[in-house]
Ligand binder design. Structure first.
Ligand code: FE2
Length: 277
């Protein structure tokens, strides 16, 4: 059963409005639609007909056909091909009722293992690490939001390892043993080279981690959508188009929420980006 997309029509509309600094009323006026219809769409109460989706896409600078198939829940990204040169285990965990993904990354040659984000669920990570018979040597955070960084105290008590994070992020509670990272820095994990990609916009110091043709992208991009631009919409847009999309089409993107995808799938099907060079 594939993971549901993180974002529906209503989420995409909100994020596209954010990019224009538009209120719901601004959107209703631009698209010549009743304000109540916009409200209903954004609270997932109304999927409008095709001509309305096309009008919304046009005024929001989204690609209409891509938006339409997502609105009808008719698109799911093709799964990336696993990279045999690394072991990547995705953990589907919950913070309350909210699904979050975190990742165990293991070097097959040496067994050295890192976790990327905590999913606010250190118990699940500890259990999986025990099952895999590995001891984590690194905690790599994409950003400091609670659903990605809570539970450091338990992880640190279990594995006694440092935490990597961009200095522009707030310090999450639970450890003082931080390693501050910068764009382009390479973190060695056994024989794997994990490169830090600065991908701000969701948060000021948001990063993605790239190893071979795999990118663990936190809340920068979601399959069929983008993260919420809490710190800067233009920065987030550039992080995707200029950083993530600079990698080959078959590069896997593993976000913090929703299904895995690839650079090529997002260039072809993400309504924010497809049809734009
Ligand atoms: Fe986040």
């Amino acid at each position: 059963m594939p993971t549901d997309l993180e974002d529906e029509l209503g989420d995409i509309m909100q994020k596209a409005r954010d990019g224009k600094s538009w209120s719901q009323k601004d959107l209703a006026e631009a698209a010549e639609l009743p304000l109540e219809d916009i409200r209903r769409m954004e609270r997932y109460d109304l999927i409008p007909p095709e001509d309305v989706i096309a009008r919304l896409a046009q005024v929001l600078d989204l690609e209409g056909q891509a938006l339409s198939v997502i609105a009808r829940n008719a698109w799911h990204p093709k799964e990336p091909i696993p990279d045999p040169a690394l072991d990547l285990v995705c953990l589907d965990v919950f913070m309350g009722t909210y699904p979050v993904k975190c990742y165990l990354l293991r070097c097959p040659a040496t067994g050295e293992t890192a976790v990327v984000d905590t999913g606010a669920n250190p118990e699940a990570i500890i259990k999986k690490a025990r099952e895999m018979k590995v001891k984590l040597s690194k905690i790599l955070l994409t950003h400091a939001h609670p659903d990605h960084a809570w539970g450091l105290d338990l992880l640190v008590r279990e594995f006694q390892c440092p935490t990597w994070i961009d200095e522009r992020e707030p310090r999450p509670a639970g450890t003082r043993d931080f390693r501050f990272i910068t764009d382009g820095e390479v973190i060695e994990l056994g024989t794997l080279k994990v490169r830090v990609l600065s991908t701000p916009g969701h948060t000021p110091g948001g990063v993605s981690y790239q190893v071979n043709r795999v990118i663990l992208s936190g809340d920068t991009i979601f399959a069929g959508s983008m993260g919420r631009a809490n710190s800067s919409w233009p920065d987030l847009y550039r992080s995707i188009t200029e950083t993530l999309f600079s990698f080959p089409d078959d590069t896997a993107l593993h976000p913090g929420h929703g299904p895995a995808t690839t650079v090529g799938e997002e260039k072809r099907h993400n309504p924010f980006f497809c049809g734009k060079s």
